[in-house]
Write a protein that binds this ligand. Structure first.
Ligand code: MTE
Ligand code: MO
Length: 328
């Protein structure tokens, strides 16, 4: 097993480029108030290297990674340290706080069945590894912006959602893609909070789902995606707020009707269907004009970009939809 341990001082500070990814961890860990135990871990997993996690399902998944990077999508900032992106999470199935990563380890992600149904030529049920094997895997550096204002920049591995659409063969009458997470009251204690409308559900208009930026992540930092980040399948639509990025997907349903997503049904005035990132449109309870980027140098305040910096790619999707509430 290849493990390279780099000293902090060997790692220069510069913006991420497709050729050169690195992190400096300690400063941000300190700034974020992480404990000493985390800091003294003797092996700092380097991106693209295998970390020493001894777990059968983890080893099983590693056969797919690392995969070649698609350098079309550049980011304007360094990559967030893996220690942050994997230990500061939103995943309400496991609790409404940020430290759910130990709790999420209870989830069994192998085997994992995926159902594709609704307005499709033929309903399909298959194992996630069989799906992954069929798909063209690549790595992409994406920005991620939570509606709560924190943001990260991460290397995902996975495949364009478009390829899943091609495989699913939706009918012409399908206008929306609805995605659902798992349901398991024994493992996910958050799901016992019956006032939430479980299972977690999200949707995209079919043209958004077919857009090249819409991605299904199966890997993270060159390895299988950790459970806390949405293993085994998680959506990444980087021009939209984080809550659209549904984790642990079990079902893809094609529909003629627009779904009401999880957060929309809880607070429709705060979380809409489109949820595109825009600094000019405040959340009902706070401004969205800036974000807190969790980078290698700690928290950095940055100006929010329209469509989270992806306007050149996606603004065309919303021509003719201006009367809709596109930015919440
Ligand atoms: N199933 C499910 N998916 C989810 C959530 C959730 O609570 N449950 N939280 C969302 C929110 S609000 C965000 S910001 C991202 C966080 O992803 P990360 O923890 O991998 O950074 O996951 C999204 N996907
Ligand atoms: Mo979020």
């Amino acid at each position: 097993m290849l493990i390279r341990i780099r000293k902090n001082w060997e790692i220069p500070e510069r913006e991420a480029t497709p050729q050169d990814i690195f992190y400096s961890r300690r400063s941000i860990l300190k700034n974020l108030g992480y404990s000493g135990a985390l800091l003294t871990s003797s092996i700092i997993p380097h991106y693209g290297m295998k970390s020493g996690v001894a777990n059968a399902s983890y080893r099983e998944g590693t056969k797919f990674y690392p995969v070649p990077r698609n350098s079309k999508y550049k980011i304007d900032r360094p990559i967030t340290p893996e220690e942050i992106a994997t230990k500061y999470n939103n995943y309400y199935e496991f609790g409404s706080h940020k430290k759910i990563w130990p709790l999420a380890q209870k989830l069994t992600v192998h085997p994992w069945q995926i159902l594709i149904n609704g307005l499709v030529e033929k309903e399909k049920l298959l194992d996630v590894d069989d799906l992954i094997r069929m798909m063209p895997l690549e790595e992409r550096l994406y920005r991620h912006r939570c509606v709560e204002r924190w943001s990260i920049a991460i290397p995902y591995s996975g495949f364009p959602l478009r390829n899943l659409l091609d495989y699913a063969a939706p009918l012409g009458s399908a206008k929306y893609l609805i995605m659902e997470s798992f349901m398991n009251l024994d493992l996910a204690l958050g799901q016992r909070q019956f006032w939430y409308p479980w299972p977690y559900l999200e949707g995209l208009a079919i043209d958004e789902a077919a857009h090249d930026l819409a991605f299904i992540a199966t890997g993270y930092y060159g390895k299988p995606i950790p459970k806390q980040n949405g293993a085994p399948l998680r959506l990444a639509v980087p021009w939209k707020y984080g809550f659209k990025h549904i984790k642990a997907i079990t079902k893809f349903t094609f529909s003629a009707e627009r779904p009401i997503s999880f957060w929309e049904s809880i607070a429709g005035n705060e979380y809409g269907f489109w949820a595109n990132v825009a600094g000019a449109v405040p959340h009902a309870r706070w401004s969205q004009s800036t974000e807190e980027f969790l980078g290698p140098n700690g928290k950095e305040i940055r100006t929010t970009k329209l469509y989270n910096g992806y306007a050149e790619f996606v603004s065309g999707l919303y021509r003719g939809r201006e009367s809709e509430s596109l930015f919440k």
